[in-house]
Structures are given as structure tokens and as C-alpha cells.
Design a protein around this ligand. Structure first.
Ligand code: NAD
Length: 492
């Protein structure tokens, strides 16, 4: 399978509640494919009534699920892993069709989600509780208690991977999970839910409610939802965090990004050329870890030429995917126009690129490089979310770090250099939370956790890894004494 497949038949897209697809009761809305520019599915917005139905079913199912042992719950996740791998090509096609990713990117996202699933599977052997004798014959231990019904609101750009950051961990810990996928990419969700049901997940433990802002807000407000995970843009992440926190709920909201790469003239030409080009063009720049600003320190002209040549050689539809909507493609074009007006030089121009012959109706924008971008301009400071690299020329590493440090965001930062001490300087002085050395997309692999800081994250802890366990559960401390004899110890 080399091309994204769509046979033209409008796909079904409904809520998933208690193990069955059901129609929501709100307004109808359409889903468009970035590859075809046409409607691929029609669905309906979930109302307060639909959410109440989803929560009620989750609440009932969670009681028995929480009583099962972690080992027992993990058996379902083992089967889920097997089914996902069996279905990976079909799910990848769906991810690509609705989000615009290439098939290879869609598949890589599912495999990264499976890594988190494997982390969740390891908990049965690793999360031992740490029991110890704290006084003579008095023992303290940790036990995890699930929160009950939890919810996750996810963005368009990773319809499978981002939800897979949280589904396996939240379920393994004994919660029921309500999922509101992006209103732009809701199709993959239903397929994942079906895989979980086939794996043996009892009905009601994973429910899906479709819709946009209003559905998300109703979900946050529902009194029986104990915790909310969110991934999306910064303004929405902040609003979701505030709304949920005001209601006394646990909220972790990951936001947008503007990631910097510091490039030093001693960097390996091929390694930096590939790393930086692939970082800003991968997923057509629509990922929170994409390189966005290149801080070129000193004479990096040869490196920039290598980056440009690699980006220019990419074939749309095969090496680089489509833009999520016609509106966003138009926004990217206007952002380049504006950057030019502010003094930037367009050295690679993707504004008027031709659509690939296989996908003539889709939303396309080619790799674009802006050089000599003023550091205070919009192209250097705001998240544009497209295959667009803004190069800011810097005299030295201190100037580059000062620009990086001023950013409101704090997701990722990388440095390309042959010098260990200079790389270490960047690691110590950068403000970002995920840092790469000679790596363009410094996504931590399991068991290392994922999460930014500053305006890229609202709430504490990370969305995967060890701290996510504390997010999706309460840590209960049990102190036990069985010795009946009276003595002088402090806990007698
Ligand atoms: P978005 O913020 O527009 O939407 C995200 C989700 O929030 C969707 O499900 C949407 O329906 C819902 N939503 C929209 N408005 C809402 C509101 N007012 N209240 C509650 N919910 C609302 O984001 P997007 O365009 O789908 O995704 C792209 C953004 O996500 C980019 O900014 C990108 O950087 C960010 N992102 C961040 C990470 C990360 O790990 N930090 C990962 C992926 C994407």
C-alpha cells in the first residue's frame, strides 16, 4: 500500500458507548480529508445528554474493573497490542486519510503509541508499591487507587499516537476512559475502540464522544469526571486547565510550541542537514516537536544549503503529507507574505507548489525556508504549524540562547555541533523541557517521559512515564501492624 486509500464512500463516524456505536444527539458536522479535499465522513456533536450517557456507562463499568488486579487488567492490554499490530496498515490509512500524514508517519505514530502500551504492560512487574518496615513490625506501603472516570481531549495531528499516550496507562491503573477526539480527525478513535473491545475490554471502559469546543467543555464540567488530560494549542490548553482547575479537578494540559535549533558551524554537514530538514518538514510541520526557528550561529551557509536541498527534494504526498485544512494552508501562505514584508528572505518557497497528481484536490503547501528573519517578528515567535523554517542569524551562542530563552513556549530545543562542551552549555541554559543534541526531533523514548514546560504545558508532571502514574491514580499509603504485644515503639 503506497497511496492513501479512499473509495469515495462516506464513512460512518459515531460515538462509542458501552461497546457499541451510537448516534450523538447534537448538530451534524462533516469531516474532510486533507488528501482529497472532500467529505469523508459525517458525524454529530455530543450534547450534555450524550455525555451523561457515556459517563453513566463508564461509572458502572469502572467498579468491577478497579477490583481486578493490575496483572489481570494487563491481559486485555496484551491482546490490544497484538490486535493493533495486526491492524496497523488499515489504521495507518485511516490516520493518513483524516490527518494528512504520510502512511509511514501514520504507522510510526501507532508504533510510538505501542511503546507507551508496553510501558503500561511493564507496570505489573515494576510498580511494586515499595513496602518497608518503618517501625518495629509496623509496615508502610504504597498502593495505587484509580480515580474513577477520567477524560482526554486530543488534537488533530496525531489521531492515534497522542491518545495512546494516556489510554493504556489510565486503563491499566483501573480507570474508565472518556475520549473526545479532535472534531477534525475523529475516525481513528472508533477503530481503536473496536480493537480494545475485541481485546476483551469490558463495555463502558472506553467511551468516545464526538464534537468540538462545547462537547469538550461539557466533559470538563461533568461532576463525575475526576481528571482531564488535554493536548492541543496553547490558548485552548490554558482555558481547559483553568476551567478544570476551578472545578477542583486534576488537569494536565499540553499546549503548542515554537521549537528552536541552535546550529554551530562545526556541526556535521550531513547529520545536521538531514536532522533539521526532516524536523521541520516531518508531518508537514504539524507536530509540536517540529523545528520552527533555526538559530544559525556564525557562518552556517553550507549547512543551510544542505537543509534547503534536502527539503526541496521531498515529493509531496509521498515524503511529506498534506495540511489539515484549506484555511490553514491559506494561513501559511499569508504568514510567508507577512514574513517577507517584515524583512525575511524566502529561500525556499512552498506557497504555490503544485498538488501531487495522485491527490489533486488536497490541501498542499511545500517546504518553505525564510532566512534573515527578524527575531521579534511573528515568523520567529508564534506557532505557525506548517513546514516552515525561520532562520535567525546570530553572532554567537549567547545571542542564540537569549532568543531561545525569551520564547514563551518550552517544548523542545536542539543543538547541532561537534563540541561536547558547547552542547552541554545549551542543555544547561535552554528553557525547553525536551532537549536534543544532534537530534532534530528530541522526543524521549519510553520509559523517559514526554512533556514541555512554560506555555507548552499547564499542570504538573508529564503525560507519559513515571509521573503519569501519579496523574491517573491516587497514591494510598497503608500502615499496618499485626503484632498485638504492647511495647514502647512510636506506633504501638
Ligand atoms: P486545538 O487546540 O484547536 O484542539 C485540540 C482539542 O481541543 C480538539 O479536540 C478540539 O476539539 C478541542 N477544543 C477546541 N477548542 C476548545 C475549547 N475552547 N475548549 C475545550 N476544547 C476545545 O489543537 P489542534 O489544532 O487540534 O492541534 C494542534 C495544536 O496542538 C498545536 O498547537 C500543537 O502544537 C499542539 N500539540 C501539542 C502537543 C504536545 O505534546 N504539547 C502534541 C500535539 C499537538
Amino acid at each position: 500500500m503506497n497511496t492513501v486509500h479512499f473509495d469515495g464512500e462516506i464513512l460512518s463516524c459515531q460515538n462509542y458507548i458501552s461497546g457499541s456505536f451510537v448516534e450523538a444527539s447534537g448538530q451534524e458536522f462533516s469531516i474532510y480529508s486533507p488528501y482529497t479535499g472532500s467529505i469523508i465522513a459525517i458525524t454529530k456533536t455530543s450534547t450534555i445528554k450524550d455525555i451523561a450517557q457515556a459517563v453513566a456507562s463508564a461509572k458502572t463499568a469502572q467498579i468491577d474493573w478497579a477490583l481486578r488486579s493490575l496483572k489481570d487488567r494487563s491481559q486485555v492490554l496484551f491482546s490490544f497490542r497484538h490486535i493493533l499490530l495486526r491492524e496497523i496498515d488499515a489504521i495507518s490509512n485511516l490516520v493518513s486519510l483524516e490527518s494528512g500524514k504520510t502512511l509511514a508517519e501514520a504507522k510510526a505514530g501507532i508504533l510510538k503509541g505501542i511503546e507507551v502500551l508496553e510501558f503500561a504492560l511493564s507496570l505489573q512487574n515494576l510498580d511494586t508499591g515499595g513496602k518497608m518496615e518503618v517501625s518495629r513490625e509496623v509496615f508502610c506501603e504504597y498502593r495505587r487507587r484509580p480515580l474513577g472516570v477520567v477524560a482526554q481531549i486530543t488534537p488533530f495531528n496525531f489521531p492515534a499516537m497522542v491518545p495512546m499516550w494516556t489510554i493504556p496507562i489510565a486503563l491499566a491503573l483501573g480507570n474508565a476512559y472518556l475520549w473526545k477526539p479532535s472534531d477534525k480527525t475523529p475516525l481513528t478513535a472508533g477503530r481503536i475502540a473496536q480493537c480494545l473491545t475485541e481485546a476483551g475490554l469490558p463495555d463502558g471502559l472506553l467511551n468516545i464522544v464526538n464534537g468540538g469546543q462545547e462537547t469538550a467543555q461539557a466533559l470538563i464540567d461533568h461532576p463525575d469526571i475526576a481528571a482531564i488530560g488535554f493536548v492541543g494549542s496553547t490558548p485552548v490548553a490554558k482555558a481547559v486547565f483553568q476551567r478544570g482547575s476551578q472545578l477542583g479537578k486534576r488537569v494536565l494540559a499540553l499546549g503548542g510550541a515554537k521549537n528552536h535549533i541552535l546550529l554551530l558551524p562545526d556541526a556535521d554537514l550531513d547529520m545536521s542537514g538531514r536532522g533539521i530538514s526532516d524536523s521541520f518538514t516531518g508531518c508537514a510541520g504539524q507536530r509540536c516537536m517540529a523545528a520552527s526557528v533555526l538559530l544559525a550561529i556564525g557562518d552556517c551557509d553550507a549547512h543551510i544549503e544542505t537543509i534547503k536541498n534536502r527539503a526541496a527534494s521531498l515529493k509531496l504526498g509521498k515524503d511529506m503529507g498534506a495540511i489539515i485544512s484549506a484555511e490553514h494552508a491559506a494561513f501559511l501562505r499569508s504568514a510567508v507574505d507577512e514574513a517577507e514584508k517584515s524583512g525575511a528572505k524566502v529561500i525556499l518557497d512552498g506557497r504555490s507548489i503544485k498538488a501531487p497528481s495522485e491527490y489533486p484536490g488536497g490541501y498542499w503547501f511545500g517546504p518553505t525556508i525564510l532566512d534573515h528573519v527578524p527575531p521579534e517578528s511573528s515568523a520567529a515567535k508564534t506557532e505557525l504549524f506548517g513546514p516552515l523554517l525561520s532562520i535567525v542569524r546570530c553572532k554567537n551562542i549567547s545571542e542564540a540562547l537569549a532568543i531561545e530563552n525569551k520564547s514563551l513556549f518550552g517544548n523542545a530545543c536542539s543543538v547541532f555541533t561537534a563540541s561536547g562542551p558547547l552542547a552541554e552549555k545549551v542543555v544547561r541554559r535552554s528553557k525547553a523541557a525536551m532537549i536534543g543534541i544532534n537530534i532534530g526531533v528530541p522526543v524521549p523514548r519510553e520509559p523517559f517521559s514526554f512533556g514541555g514546560c512554560q506555555a507548552s504545558k499547564f499542570g504538573h508532571g508529564d503525560i507519559t512515564g513515571q509521573s503519569s502514574l501519579d496523574f491517573w491514580s491516587d497514591l494510598v499509603k497503608v500502615t499496618t501492624k499485626w503484632e498485638t504485644q504492647n511495647d514502647e515503639t512510636w506506633m504501638s
